[in-house]
Write a protein that binds this ligand. Sequence first.
Ligand code: ADE
Length: 231
Amino acid sequence: MTPHINAKENAFAKTVLMPGDPLRAKFIAENYLENVSLVTDVRNMFGYTGEYKGNKISVMGSGMGIPSIGIYAYELFKFYGVENIVRVGSCGAYSKDLNLYDIILAQGACTNSAFQENYKLPGTFSAIADFDLLLSAYNNAKNLGITVHVGNVLSSDVFYQDDVDAWKKWQSMKVLAVEMESYALYAIAANLGKKTLTILTVSDSLITHEETTAEERQTSFTKMMEIALNL
Ligand code: ADE
């Protein structure tokens, strides 16, 4: 048991899929996994372990933002023997090349958060995905006939930004999209010698102001899950 996870030792698989929403974790467990059991429910941040094609796999909500995923990822890696965390989330598009429902493999993550100060580095930490997971996700997508975009994302600490044009600076650096968690996930994995990847579905666009409905997100979500579950 850890302060935020009330699972027994060895309750988690080596690989944990992490959507932001704990009810999405429940949905994944109930619809994609077999022999599922609920392993943690502190603060209703549900975590499940089950099997996919005979392999043990877990799924747990991360909550929103760097502090939240930072807590859960650290405890899973450090105290539950987890080796791989694959975030499956949504993002807002910065790139003109992205349409709603497109899928991004986050090769790297920039941030406006102070998270890296935790590590007292004498410079700037570049947060990157694990190459094996990235390559495997890319190949899975190719084999499944799913188009993916691979590149940098911004993990923002602020959803409702006061300067409404600030995102254009990131766009000018070819950052594809914004979300709120990957930088911390990647940094924690680097620090603890673990593996991580973020797979994102575009849920809205900063350029066109289009947004997806919850219902419509289901189809693209299925594609993202196929990539993640077959890693
Ligand atoms: N996740 C999905 N859309 C987002 C946005 N526009 N900003 C931050 N995180 C997001």
